[in-house]
Design a binder for this molecule. Structure first.
Ligand code: SF4
Ligand code: SF4
Length: 128
């Protein structure tokens, strides 16, 4: 990951077109585990590294608390993502050959400068 969209999301649709890797799913998408709000696929989100200076989704979002930091999508946090996937918080893609695309299968880029405390506290990505 990543960033995560929370239940504060008002489904305004501003974020999804901004994502350079098409990691954001609208409500009602069968790959979105949230019934009522948007979702970031953690196995796809690259925190906009190599695309922009800051997460584009958060810059487009008008709602405080809707887009928050999550843990890096790296092998170090494999158990975190695996457990939360089992709990239904995420719906990580199952690849035909590689299986569940956990960080141990494929890591994603992340912004190294973000304090780990901000990630643990699910701090707002964007400052309001
Ligand atoms: S941080 Fe960037 S890559 Fe991740 S969901 Fe937002 S726009 Fe997409
Ligand atoms: S821009 Fe923010 S409020 Fe709008 S759909 Fe995306 S996360 Fe939800």
């Amino acid at each position: 990951m990543a960033v995560r969209i929370t239940e504060e999301c008002i489904s305004c649709e501003a974020c999804a077109p901004e994502c350079p890797v098409a990691a954001i799913l609208e409500e009602g998408n069968e790959k979105n585990p949230n019934e009522d709000y948007f979702y970031v696929k953690p196995e796809s989100c690259v925190e906009c590294v190599d695309h922009a200076d800051a997460p584009r989704c958060a810059e487009a979002c008008p709602t405080e608390g809707a887009i928050v930091w999550d843990m890096p999508y790296t092998a170090e946090f494999n158990d975190y993502y695996e457990q939360r996937n089992e709990e239904g918080i995420y719906k990580i893609r199952v690849h035909k050959k590689k299986g569940l695309m956990l960080p141990s299968v494929k890591e994603q880029k992340f912004i190294a400068d973000i304090p780990m405390a901000d990630r643990e506290e699910a701090a707002n990505v964007q400052e309001f």
